[in-house]
Design a protein around this ligand. Structure first.
Ligand SMILES: Nc1nc2c(ncn2[C@@H]2O[C@H](COP(=O)(O)OP(=O)(O)OP(=O)(O)O)[C@@H](O)[C@H]2O)c(=O)[nH]1
Ligand SMILES: [Mg+2]
Length: 252
């Protein structure tokens, strides 16, 4: 049941992605919004697969909000720092095609972030994110390539997650500031070693505005091509995890 990770680059994907855009930019969806979506080439109604993704870090700003904005195709304000005051949820829809069945699946990724200042003041707010009734399907452990301390803090965060979370989420290590590799304080080899020793999937994000348009908007197709690899990989890994869990006879 493999998904076509690069489907966003195919001409037939265009009408599906356009259904999620608002004019020349990607639409930002509220929690209750539901896009109107075309049928699959197979004639079937598209199924929606929802996943909760918790984006976290050590007790510092690593680029959590910027990564989420980047994946959602929204403008990132670099000139001023905007610490996330509490918990924020951002919804990203992403269509992908099943290689075997020709069905198009619509992924609804809910990115949950608690700001680092808010967490250090009110530790309980992160508990909301991994509550038992709706645990996170994936955890994005973020660190900044240009801040060694943020990388050094990851083992403790990981330990804390292992103690508190028993739903076996997909674990991703997300390196931000990948555009600033010349000032990197964390060599690629260190990141790879850490990720493989902890069985984490390593991803990178360059949280800069590519395809900038007037009025602080981003061109939808520039964004889709920019983040397609990362979002496609996330959807594919989450979907495979579901299938494996179903095979193992666990509830999903
Ligand atoms: N050049 C560059 N700047 C980045 C990148 N990611 C984040 N930044 C900048 O880093 C600063 C902090 O980014 P945020 O996304 O607000 O960090 P955060 O982890 O959400 O911070 P809190 O909400 O306070 O926990 C901002 O000034 C961003 O513009 C990146 O990949 N490249
Ligand atoms: Mg933030």
């Amino acid at each position: 049941m493999a998904l076509q990770r690069d489907w966003h680059t195919k001409p037939e994907a265009k009408s599906f992605f356009n259904a999620l855009n608002l004019g020349p930019s990607r639409r930002s969806f509220g929690l209750l919004d539901r896009p109107i979506f075309p049928k699959s080439p197979s004639g079937k109604q598209t199924t929606v697969h929802t996943y909760k993704i918790w984006v976290t870090s050590g007790p510092m700003a690593t680029g959590k909000s910027s990564t989420i904005l980047k994946l959602a195709g929204q403008f990132i304000h670099h000139e001023k720092v905007y610490p996330t005051p509490g918990v924020e949820v951002t919804v990203v829809y992403w269509p992908m095609k099943n290689v075997m069945s020709e069905d198009v699946l619509l992924f609804r990724l809910e990115f949950w972030e608690a700001g680092s200042i808010a967490v250090s003041r009110y530790g309980y707010i992160e508990e909301m994110i991994h509550e038992e009734n709706s645990p996170a399907d994936a955890i994005l452990l973020t660190y900044s390539c240009v801040d060694r301390n943020s990388f050094e803090s990851l083992p403790d965060i990981l330990e804390m997650i292992k103690m508190k979370v028993n739903s076996e989420p997909l674990m991703i290590c997300m390196a931000t500031h990948a555009d600033q590799y010349l000032s990197a304080e964390v060599p690629e080899s260190d990141a790879r070693k850490f990720a493989s020793s902890q069985e984490l999937t390593l991803m990178r994000s360059k949280n800069v505005n590519i395809g900038e348009r007037p009025n602080e908007t981003i061109d939808a197709w520039s964004s889709i091509q920019e983040v397609g690899q990362t979002v496609g990989a996330l959807c594919d890994l989450l979907y495979k995890r579901d299938l494996l869990k179903a095979q193992d006879g666990l509830s999903v």
